[in-house]
Design a protein around this ligand. Structure first.
Ligand code: URA
Length: 238
C-alpha cells in the first residue's frame, strides 16, 4: 500500500512537470470517483487508483507494458531521422514516462513490438541469456528451397559475428514465405541470415515473442494495447 500526493501521481503517469500537474489540479481538471479534486497535495492510495483528466479515465500504473503492432516506415530509435518514430503511435505521456521499445525492429519490419518504462523488464526481455524465441515471417525474393531451410538451421556465418548463427526452427510456409525462429537479436539478423544463405528478404513481420502471438492480441497495424498479467506470463520462457 502506498499513498502519493495527486500532483506526484499525475507526474509519475507522464502528464507533465510537477508545476504543470499542480495547475491541472488547481484548474479542476482532475477528478477521482466523481469528485473534482483541487487540493494538489491530497494523497491517494495508488494501487488500482482511477482518475479522470480532461474527462478521460486513466488507471494508475507503476509501470506500463505495451504491445504494438508496428507498421512499416516507422523507426524504433529514440531520435528517429528518416521516418516517424514509434512514439508517434503512442499517447504523449508515454514518451514523458520514458517508455522505450524492447529491442528494435527495422523501420520496414512490421509486427509485434513490446515497449515499457520498466528498465528491469527491458533488460530481462533483451538478455540473450533468457533465450526468448522471436518468431518472424520472412517473404523472400527467390523461391525457398529445402537447402535454404537446412542452411538456416545449420547456421550461417555473418560478417562481424565470430560464430555462425542458426535458426532455432525454420519452416517453409509457401514458395516465398518462411517462418524463422531466433533467440538472438543481432542487427538485421533475419535479413542478413537470408542474404548469407543466398536469398533476399523483401518483407519481414514479427509474429510472436515467446508464446505471445501478435494475432492473439487482436491489434490492427498501428494499434497498441496494455499487456495483461496473462499476456506478460506468455513472455517468460518455460
Ligand atoms: N531481423 C531483421 O533483419 N530485422 C528486424 O527488424 C528484426 C530481425
Amino acid at each position: 500500500m502506498s499513498k502519493l500526493a495527486l500532483d506526484r501521481i499525475l507526474q509519475s503517469q507522464g502528464f507533465g512537470t510537477r508545476k504543470w500537474c499542480n495547475e491541472l489540479i488547481a484548474d479542476g481538471e482532475v477528478s477521482i470517483a466523481g469528485n473534482v479534486i483541487t487540493d494538489t497535495r491530497a494523497a491517494f492510495e495508488t494501487a488500482g487508483l482511477q482518475f479522470t483528466l480532461y474527462g478521460e479515465l486513466w488507471t494508475y500504473r507503476e509501470h506500463v507494458y505495451i504491445a504494438l503492432n508496428k507498421p512499416g516506415n516507422i523507426e524504433c530509435s529514440r531520435k528517429a531521422s528518416h521516418h516517424p518514430g514509434v512514439h508517434t503511435l503512442l499517447p504523449e505521456q508515454f514518451t514523458r514516462r520514458d517508455v522505450q521499445p524492447v529491442g528494435r525492429l527495422d523501420h520496414d519490419t512490421t509486427g509485434l513490438l513490446l515497449l515499457s518504462d520498466d528498465g528491469a523488464f527491458i533488460h530481462q526481455q533483451s538478455s540473450p541469456k533468457r533465450h526468448i524465441p522471436k518468431i518472424y515471417v520472412a517473404t523472400t525474393h527467390d523461391e525457398i528451397t529445402p537447402a535454404l531451410v537446412a542452411q538456416l538451421l545449420h547456421g550461417v556465418k555473418l560478417h562481424d559475428e565470430p560464430a555462425p548463427l542458426a535458426a532455432v526452427t525454420c519452416r517453409m510456409l509457401d514458395a516465398h514465405q518462411l517462418e524463422i525462429v531466433l533467440e538472438q537479436g543481432k542487427y538485421h539478423q533475419v535479413k542478413r541470415m537470408l542474404a548469407a544463405a543466398g536469398n533476399h528478404c523483401v518483407a519481414l513481420n514479427r509474429a510472436a515473442i515467446g508464446k505471445l502471438q501478435l494475432n492473439g492480441t487482436g491489434l490492427a497495424e498501428g494499434e497498441w494495447c496494455y499487456l495483461s498479467e496473462e499476456q506478460l506470463a506468455l513472455l517468460v520462457p518455460s
